[in-house]
Design a protein. Sequence first.
Length: 248
Amino acid sequence: MPFLPIQSFTRKRLSDVVSDQIKQLISEGTLMPGDRLPAERDLATQLGVSRPSLREALIRLEADGYIETSGRGGFTVVDVTAPIISRPLAELLLQNPRTSADILELRQGLESISTVYAAQRATAADIKKISAAFDALKAGSLSGDRVNLAELDAAFHLAIADSTHNVALAHVMHGIHTLIREGMRQYHRLIDYDDAMEKQLMNQHQAIYDAVMARDAQKARKAAERHLTYVREMYKDDAAKPSASAIS
């Protein structure tokens, strides 16, 4: 349990101490974007505070943009970098899809680093999440689930980023999730669901996955670099065509 009981002798208001602890857990990466907070009753018990004090802290955290109400009830951690990073660049991408090349350059650097740190630092829980994301991606590719393939692709890479335990890197990767997802949708459209290219992409993801599972940091880096180089070349080839309608 990441939550610590609140000391009763604190001079600060209990709700302030509670909100500070949750913000600290977010800043250090213990709580990641999309993570659900425990049910209010359970969280109050873990923290050793009354539910009114906890509720006051949660209301403040929600107002400040750290958490949001979940569709299933309760609260989830917000991607605090998304409004800063994703929205302006996502709008730019939609206005000029050729800027996808810039996003791919950024991805190549970030994901090369991510795979190295994930191979070195992933915990047993991280390995489980990466495996689940990879299995979902593989199943989607084999079943021809083209609608969700880009989202599954992004989820696999983000599971690796979360396993780096580098808070700045993980938050930035989540911050550009919209860009990554849109870019992936474009390159899946770009290859027009060509079976040979989809198979090649899946093989590249398999290589990344195998290297991370084997804890081979350098092999993981090379696999990520090969994957993004391949995708960037696909964009270059398409841009050279007179009627590059797939990304226009």
